[in-house]
Design a protein around this ligand. Structure first.
Ligand SMILES: Cc1ncc(COP(=O)(O)O)c(C=O)c1O
Length: 407
């Protein structure tokens, strides 16, 4: 009799997927659901702020307005009215002409990353990534087996470094995992290098709405628009947006902005993944956007997250400053803590943290080579200030135990 346990050995393709799975992501999900744990690991919004009543009302309106259309399979490129809305909004934000043919609606920005991998990466292809790199992007591209180069932001960066790359990947606003806001001059310089190298630039922008103490920079899409404001969009920037951080992740509504030929290629890749996104959640998203709900809701999120960021950083100043350095992030969801004490290895510290029932994300998962053990990502959006204080106290206890055993 064949048992499920035999399958990995018997089916090489299946085994490859199992070994490629990033089991730490599974661990975070499991820990997130345990009441005795304080998880500062996931990149999750504050669930108690989810606007359930507004979503229920939007769902009723969407069904009354669109009827069966909202319940059908839809066009793979996305719900037309939402595509139009997003085209106009991004066009306004970026000060350039963007049409619906430049928009693909996706199942969150995560699906966009997956589709980009399908369309642009063949095994061994070089890609250039901002470092450290969003773990979801590394996961999305793992089975495509690219060869990684790390993005150098310095003004005298090697101009050859982007040559031959399929694309450059960056999260310039409040990056995941570092919270860094890339200065405008560095964005412009990168755009010029991308244009000179004739490659694509993936600009992943989920944290744009979460600005606390430092306005987001102009998008690289916008910077390109300043160079070429007229005519249909034909630039190198493939821009990704999402409603996950400004409304709720459960809508699973994101978008890609790109030249129309790239949108068509991504749409063909999407069709073989899911036929189409849910028309119902796209129709609900449209109601929420048209009614101005997002603009009304975001200031509430910002108020809470600013308080949480400050609570985390204040607790860390009194409990962790001996061992770690960090900058207060001007936006986003994360504080990136770098070891001061070279004896600390954050992969090893993670095991001690689990014993204290607290979790963070070790830096190694944001490294294509898996070697970054000098830093960790700590999330502040998910938990209330008092919980964050307790989480930091547990982290301090874990660090003390770890150092007692390892130095
Ligand atoms: C940089 C980055 N890109 C993409 C995503 C995925 O977002 P979505 O929920 O829209 O799939 C996230 C989620 O945390 C993220 O941090």
């Amino acid at each position: 009799m064949v048992s499920g346990a035999d399958f990995p050995a018997r089916r090489p393709g299946f085994a490859r997927w199992l070994s490629a799975s990033n089991d730490i992501t599974q661990q975070f999900l499991a820990i997130g659901g345990r009441p005795d744990f304080i998880s500062m690991a996931g990149g999750l919004p504050a669930a108690e702020l989810y606007p359930a009543a507004a979503i229920a009302e939007a769902a009723q309106k969407a069904l009354a307005r669109w009827g069966a259309t909202a319940l059908e399979y839809g066009p793979v490129e996305g719900f037309p009215a939402l595509r139009q809305f997003i085209a106009e909004r991004v066009g306004r934000q970026a000060g350039r002409s963007i049409g619906p043919e430049n928009v693909l609606l996706t199942v969150g920005a995560m699906q966009a990353l997956d589709l980009i991998g399908k369309v642009l990466i063949d095994p061994g292809d070089p890609i250039v990534v901002q470092f450290p790199t969003y773990v979801g992007a590394l996961d999305a591209w793992r089975m495509r087996a690219p060869s990684y180069r790390l993005l150098d932001w310095s003004p005298d960066a090697d101009s050859q470094a982007l040559r031959g790359a399929q694309f450059v990947y960056t999260v310039p606003n409040y990056s995941n995992p570092t919270g860094v806001l890339v200065p405008t001059a560095a964005r412009q310089a990168l755009l010029e290098r991308v244009l000179a190298a004739g490659t694509w630039l993936i600009e992943d922008d989920p944290y744009l709405p979460l600005q606390y103490s430092g306005a987001a920079g102009p998008s690289i899409l916008e910077l390109h628009g300043r160079m070429a404001p007229e005519g249909p969009y034909d630039g190198p920037v493939i821009y990704l947006g999402t409603l996950s951080k400004s409304i709720v992740p459960g809508l699973r509504v994101g978008w890609v902005i790109a030249p129309s030929a790239m949108i068509q290629a991504l749409a063909i890749a999407k069709q073989s993944s899911d036929l189409s996104s849910s028309m119902l959640t796209q129709a609900i998203a449209l109601e929420l956007l048209e009614s101005g709900h997002e603009e009304q809701h975001v200031p509430t999120i910002i108020r809470h997250y600013t308080e949480r960021r400050d609570a985390l950083c204040a607790a860390a100043r009194s409990e962790l400053a001996e061992w770690f350095d960090w900058e207060i992030p001007p936006g986003g969801m994360f504080v990136w803590m770098r070891r001061r004490d070279p004896a600390i290895d954050t992969d090893a510290l993670y095991q001690y943290a689990l014993r204290e029932k607290v979790a963070f994300v070790p830096g190694s998962v944001f490294d294509p080579a898996g070697k970054l053990t000098s830093a960790m990502r700590v999330n502040f959006s998910r938990n209330a200030p008092s919980v964050l204080q307790e989480g930091v106290a547990r982290l301090a206890a874990a660090t003390r135990h770890y150092l007692r055993k390892n130095s």
